[in-house]
Design a protein around this ligand. Structure first.
Ligand code: SAM
Length: 355
């Protein structure tokens, strides 16, 4: 707790965008990267500007000190590197689609996970459909996709994913479902910043303004170049009603994805620390009769970044709903990242699969 509340310098996580470049080209040729000193723990990056940490969990991911002006580099300006929190890289890595696979990102804007997934399918044409129901955010998504060099691979649809017809996408095998959540795992953005950035949901036809676009083009603005993950305000622990609503929405959207005829694997994630939006949603899905009958099960630890030590919760909350033994298995299959102590935002991910 104390650790979590101290004045904190976050790591700036940077993913080499293998659609546009290679690790070798970025690290050995870019003048900014060439000067950095390698360290063997992300905590050392936090202590010392001018250092770089190679993440052992996600390929092509590096940690930098936020004072090092990576946003001024050509590599950043040309979309060869993408600033993306480490935990936010988990879903595409867990899904691990192969070239030739067709996948859907159900809640895609601003598109960090979508473009990451595009790198796994080797940017093959028409591999990914990215849904985003908010029109302003779908514009941001299109820009991020273009910047990553993935416009041919990713088709953006400004549409509510729950209205997508499973029959129309009968070749889709994989899903990333990263729906709106309380955002309780996010830190370091002031309330005012969040309120300014997150415009209320608008109908597609309405004109809307947002300053997120500026975040993309103002590459020298050192504070805000990472795109906003969430659209909701953090929640107080007491706000059970709102949590229940979010949890029910999250359940509905994942259940819809699990109904697609060729779906074989789905990764569910949130940037919430609340069990109601995380383990609870997973439990509700696993207990749902239709989902069970369709053959879905939770992926086991060996399929979900096995070396990542912080797994899901199996505390009283979970046990009371799922039983002792099942709770342990469930926790092992899930991943959590704690805000700050794990070097980034609070995050949750779990995966479902069927034969
Ligand atoms: N996955 C994104 C990334 O990594 O860059 C972040 C996604 S953010 C947590 C959730 C997004 O889902 C928001 O942009 C929100 O507008 C969108 N959304 C919420 N409900 C949706 C729905 N029913 N259909 C499509 N998009 C939805």
């Amino acid at each position: 707790e104390d650790d979590n509340n101290r004045d904190y310098t976050p790591v700036r996580w940077v993913r080499v965008n293998t659609i546009k470049s290679t690790v070798d080209a970025v690290l050995t040729k870019d003048p900014f990267f060439k000067k950095l000193t390698k360290v063997d723990a992300f905590e050392k990056v936090i202590d010392t500007p001018g250092t770089i940490f190679h993440d052992p969990y996600i390929p092509n991911l590096y940690g930098l000190h936020p004072k090092d002006k990576v946003t001024s580099t050509d590599a950043y300006k040309q979309g060869k590197i993408i600033i993306q929190d480490r935990a936010s890289c988990f879903p595409a890595h867990i899904l691990h689609p192969s070239p030739g696979d067709h996948i859907i990102d159900a809640c895609a804007a601003p598109g960090n996970k979508t473009t990451h997934a595009a790198s796994y399918v080797k940017n093959q044409k028409h591999s990914i459909v990215a849904f985003e129901r908010n029109s302003a955010r779908s514009q941001i998504l299109r820009k991020m996709v273009a910047r990553a060099g993935a416009s041919k691979c990713i088709s953006v649809k400004n549409q509510d994913f729950t209205t997508a017809s499973p029959k129309e996408f009968n070749d889709v095998v994989g899903f990333i479902v990263d729906p709106s959540c309380s955002g309780s795992g996010i830190f370091g953005r002031s309330k005012d910043d969040k309120l300014n950035k997150n415009q209320p949901e608008k109908k597609t036809s309405e004109k809307t303004t947002t300053n997120e676009e500026e975040d993309i083009v103002e590459e020298n603005d050192d504070d805000d170049e990472e795109e906003e993950e969430e659209e909701e305000e953090p929640i107080s622990g007491k706000d059970k009603e709102r949590l229940a609503k979010l949890s029910s929405f999250q359940f509905t959207i994942v259940k819809h994805a699990l109904s697609f005829p060729s779906a074989k694997k789905l990764v569910y994630s949130t940037c919430s620390i609340h069990a109601e939006e995380n383990e609870q949603v997973v439990i509700d899905l696993l207990n749902d009769g239709q989902i069970k009958n369709a053959g879905w099960r939770l992926c086991t630890r060996d399929q979900v970044i096995p070396d990542w030590p912080r797994r899901g919760w199996s505390d009283e909350f979970v046990k009371a709903r799922f039983g002792e033994q099942e709770s342990k298995a469930l926790a092992e299959g899930c991943i959590r990242s704690l805000p700050k102590v794990d070097g980034g935002i609070g995050f949750f991910a779990a995966a479902f699969e069927r034969d």
